[in-house]
Design a protein around this ligand. Structure first.
Ligand code: FHN
Length: 584
């Protein structure tokens, strides 16, 4: 038997820590603003009167616009309302601690004063101003870390940059020449013209070699040793890991990770994109990510006039109102000490303190299993005068530690109320998989033990889903504590690689063994998991039966795939097994 690989993020930008000291501010920050601003804000998702599908900043690529034609957009770029102080003010008001702005996106157009390449905002537009200069100053004044996005691999304007195959023949490209002629000189400018830079946010390392990624990372560090390098430099050479766009794993992560995320669906401004997430959803995501120890880099796509969309402003203000009251539960915190996501909300922690961030505010009392530390005080952040009482005791049979908090009273004024809990000593929790106070037992795939050979085929994706499970000899098991027992509905949660891809996992045959009971079923997706987390990576649940389980201190649950659907052999993406107690 092999233990499941808990440190599962081998994928996109594994956090190999090169610069632990420089990561201190980044770990504390937890919340930043991403800004995608470039020539693409002018067409804003339309070309020659036609709406172009996809994200706004990819317009040139999606519509295969010849580079000279696209470049002529610069003639009309005159964002007279641009005001760096105002932009930074919005970030600051929202409680964001760093700001990452596009200096050159995949379209190759530099949004700063580049002496090395005339294809830039100062030389090629009638506006002739360098927005990065003002933003750097404004960030510094506001105490926000100024950071820069740079597309190191894709450059659809440069004949040797990656991914423009409509103007240039891929076979004739010389990436080395592109690095020397454009990328390195521009990185030098960016790292010498604007004072200290918090991090360079590299992106889409589609074609870059390991040697070249390393060379660029080293180059950044040689120019500014304290400047962090994002995980998307490629080849696991970043100082921290970058999860996929809008990706939120199903459990906490180990290591330093960030999720870049959109407020609607696009990054660069797009008039037709009205898919704005609600304030409530954005706060939910912020809390979910903080509970998993992941930074939230939330995007704004300003218009070609230099304005933030009103929808973004409204949401940033709403987030700021919440952060003013509850920010201490986000900044400088670490992930949930428990291995499981709780249904009621998330937990963050600092030395000597826990925060309970509630998605669902308790009616009158709240129960948590497994916290061993003695609690010395409980404070409702929104209203510290509210008197909350608590008791801690051990359950007689299972010996599990139980916390009961009461005195919740009415719902918080701000959605997602938070409790600050002072504890004695270093955090100490029972990490067993325990049936929760509401009767539910959740068994995430990534916390299973893997059995059988060849065991290395099965791994977990960066979201915590099974992947590469193609062998019937491999099976998973969880050892768990079911102190109350009951009759349970059994749901298998299957996942999708991305919303744009077909569902994976349908029709596989499963067998579940709970003690001596065997249940067989077929993955068929009876319902969709309704959670802000799964918006871009949908999850479905299949009800595979019901079962009675007697109270058990140590119950072994086993899962096997007994038949693989041939066409989908390589995509048994499972997220979780959920045992939902029926009745009481
Ligand atoms: O292709 C880009 C995209 O335009 C955007 O910049 C996002 C932000 O994370 N990164 C790439 C896709 O992952």
């Amino acid at each position: 038997m092999s233990k499941a690989k808990r440190d599962k993020f081998g994928g996109r930008g594994q956090a190999v820590v090169y610069n632990d000291r420089a990561l201190v501010w980044w770990r504390d920050a937890r919340f930043g603003m991403f800004i995608h601003w470039g020539l693409y804000a002018l067409p804003a998702g339309e070309w020659k009167g036609q709406a172009v599908p996809g994200i706004g900043e990819w317009l040139m690529h999606t519509a295969r616009i010849p580079r000279a034609e696209y470049a002529s957009l610069a003639d009309n770029f005159k964002p007279e309302h641009f005001n760096a102080k105002e932009w930074v003010g919005y970030a600051s008001q929202a409680g964001m601690k760093y700001l990452v702005v596009t200096s050159k996106h995949h379209d190759g157009f530099a949004m700063y004063d580049s002496k090395n390449n005339p294809y830039n905002v100062v030389h090629a537009t009638p506006w002739k101003r360098d927005p990065l200069k003002d933003l750097a100053v404004a960030c510094r004044e506001a105490g926000i870390k100024f950071c820069i996005y740079y597309s190191q691999d894709q450059d659809w304007h440069d004949p040797d940059g990656a991914c423009n195959d409509w103007d240039f023949d891929a076979a004739g490209k010389d990436f080395r020449a592109y690095l020397d002629r454009k990328v390195k000189p521009q990185l030098k400018e960016l790292l010498t013209q604007y004072g200290p830079i918090g991090l360079i946010w590299f992106d889409t390392p589609y074609t870059i070699s390991e040697k070249h990624s390393r060379e660029l990372a080293d180059y950044v560090r040689s120019l500014q040793p304290d400047c962090l390098v994002s995980g998307r430099i490629g080849h696991d050479l970043g100082d921290y890991g970058s999860l996929g766009d809008n990706q939120i794993p199903s459990g906490r992560v180990s290591g330093d990770y960030e999720t870049p995320a959109t407020m609607n669906d696009t990054w660069g401004y797009k008039t037709g994109d009205r898919e704005w997430k609600s304030l409530s959803t954005l706060l939910h995501l912020l809390i979910d990510l903080a509970g998993k120890g992941i930074n939230y880099l939330l995007n704004v796509g300003p218009t070609a006039k230099g304005l933030f969309p009103q929808e973004s402003i409204d949401r940033l203000k709403g987030i700021g109102t919440w952060m003013n009251v509850n920010g201490e539960a986000i900044y400088g915190t670490q992930a949930n000490p428990f291995p499981l996501d709780h249904d009621w909300g998330r937990i963050t922690r600092k030395p000597g303190r826990l925060y309970f961030l509630f998605f669902h505010w308790p009616k009158d009392f709240f129960m948590l299993y497994g916290l061993r530390n003695k609690i010395t005080s409980i404070r409702f952040l929104e209203d510290p005068s509210r008197k909350l009482s608590w008791r801690q005791f051990k359950a007689t049979a299972s010996g599990r530690d139980i916390l009961e908090v009461s005195g919740f009273g009415g719902t918080p004024v701000l959605e997602y109320g938070v409790l600050g809990i002072d504890i004695e000593g270093d955090i100490d929790v029972d990490e067993r998989l325990i049936q929760q106070p509401d009767g539910t037992l959740r068994l995430p795939m990534q916390l299973a033990d893997i059995h059988g050979d060849p065991r290395d085929q099965l791994r977990f994706t960066s979201s915590g889903f099974t992947s590469g499970w193609t062998n019937k000899k491999i099976w998973l098991s969880w050892s768990c504590c079911i102190p109350e027992g009951g009759t349970f509905s059994i749901e298998v949660i299957s996942a999708c690689k991305h919303i744009e891809l077909p569902p994976s996992g349908l029709h596989h045959r499963l067998r579940l063994e709970i003690g001596a009971t065997r249940i067989v079923g077929t993955l068929k997706e009876d319902g969709i998991v309704d959670d802000p987390r799964t918006q871009y990576f949908p999850e479905h649940c299949t009800h595979i039966g019901s079962v009675n389980i007697n109270p058990a201190e140590n119950c072994m649950i086993k899962l096997r795939i007994t038949e693989f659907t041939p066409a989908e052999e390589h995509s048994v993406l499972l997220s979780e097994l959920r045992l939902i107690r029926l009745g009481k």
